[in-house]
Write a protein of this length. Structure first.
Length: 271
C-alpha cells in the first residue's frame, strides 16, 4: 500500500484540486447562506469611552501576535525557511493579522454590516497566506508561487462577494465560507503529507485552538453568564483565536529545514 510519503507533488496538487471542486459543488447545492443576527453581540458595555469595550479591546491579542510575527521575520532564522518566498508569504499573513485587529476593533466599536466587511476582508488575507504557506511546505514552492497572487485575489473577492449580496437584499456567505472553512480543511488534509521541515505540529495545534475559539463564539451569552459577567464568548473567541495564530508564529521559531546544507544560494533559496 502506497504511503503518503510516497505521493508526488503532482498527486498532492490533485488532492487540493479535488477538495476545491468538492467544496464548490457543495456550496452550489447548499444555496445562499445567511447569518441573521450575527452582529447582535451580548456584551455591549462601555468602558473608558469605548463602546462594546470587551469585543473591541480583545482584538489586542491579534495586534500583538501580528506584530510579534513581523518582528521575528525581520531577522528570519535561516533553517526555518527553505526559500525566501516563504518569508514573503508569512509577512503577508502577519500583516493581515495586524489589519484584522484594526478592522475587527473598528467593526465592534459600532457593529453593523458595513463595518463587518472591514473585519472579514483582512482575515481572508491571513487565511490565503496560511494556505499558500502550506502549499510551499507540503507540496512545493513552485506550486505556492503559482497560487500566491490568485489566492490573494480570491480571498478578498469572497468578502467582496458577500458585501455585494448584502446590497442586493439576499445575503450569501457561501464564498466567504469557502474562503474560511474549505481553506482550513485543505490545510488540515495537507498536514497528512510530510513536511520539508522538522518540528512539532504547531500549526495543527493552532487549528485545534481556532476550533475552540469558534465554539466560544457560538456560546457568546452563555460564556458571559458562566463568568459572572466578566467576559463574553465573542471576546474569548478573539483571545483564543489570537493564541491559535501565536502557535503559527511559534512554529517558525522552532522548525528546521530537513536538508543539510545551510547557506543561502544566489537564487534566493536557503538550503
Amino acid at each position: 500500500r502506497e504511503r503518503l510519503t510516497d505521493w508526488s507533488p503532482a498527486a498532492r496538487q490533485r488532492v487540493v484540486v479535488a477538495l476545491l471542486g468538492l467544496g464548490i459543488i457543495a456550496a452550489i447545492f447548499a444555496g445562499p447562506l445567511q447569518q441573521p443576527g450575527y452582529i447582535n453581540f451580548v456584551d455591549s458595555r462601555n468602558c473608558m469611552g469605548v463602546s462594546n469595550f470587551g469585543n473591541v479591546s480583545s482584538n489586542l491579542g491579534f495586534l500583538l501576535v501580528g506584530l510579534y510575527g513581523l518582528w521575528r521575520l525581520q531577522t528570519p532564522r535561516v533553517l526555518a525557511f527553505g526559500d525566501k518566498f516563504e518569508i514573503l508569504v508569512y509577512r503577508c499573513l502577519f500583516s493581515g493579522l495586524v489589519l484584522t485587529a484594526l478592522g475587527s476593533a473598528y467593526f465592534h466599536w459600532a457593529p453593523d454590516d458595513a463595518r463587518l466587511f472591514w473585519d472579514r476582508l483582512p482575515m481572508t488575507v491571513v487565511l490565503m497566506s496560511l494556505l499558500c504557506a502550506t502549499f510551499a511546505e507540503r507540496i512545493s514552492v513552485a506550486f505556492a508561487r503559482a497560487w500566491f497572487v490568485p489566492l490573494l485575489i480570491l480571498g478578498p473577492a469572497a468578502a467582496l462577494h458577500w458585501r455585494w449580496t448584502l446590497s442586493t437584499g439576499v445575503e450569501d456567505l457561501r464564498a466567504y465560507g469557502l474562503a474560511q472553512f474549505l481553506t482550513l480543511l485543505i490545510v488540515v488534509v495537507l498536514h497528512g503529507f510530510p513536511s520539508r521541515y522538522r518540528s512539532a505540529p504547531w500549526v495543527l495545534w493552532g487549528l485545534a485552538t481556532y476550533a475552540i475559539a469558534k465554539i466560544f463564539e457560538l456560546y457568546d451569552g452563555a460564556t458571559l453568564l458562566l463568568t459572572g459577567g466578566a467576559i463574553s464568548g465573542h471576546s474569548v473567541k478573539h483571545l483564543v483565536a489570537a493564541l491559535a495564530l501565536l502557535c503559527i508564529a511559534f512554529s517558525l521559531d522552532r522548525r528546521i529545514l530537513v536538508e543539510t546544507r545551510r547557506q543561502p544560494s544566489k537564487s534566493g533559496k536557503f538550503c
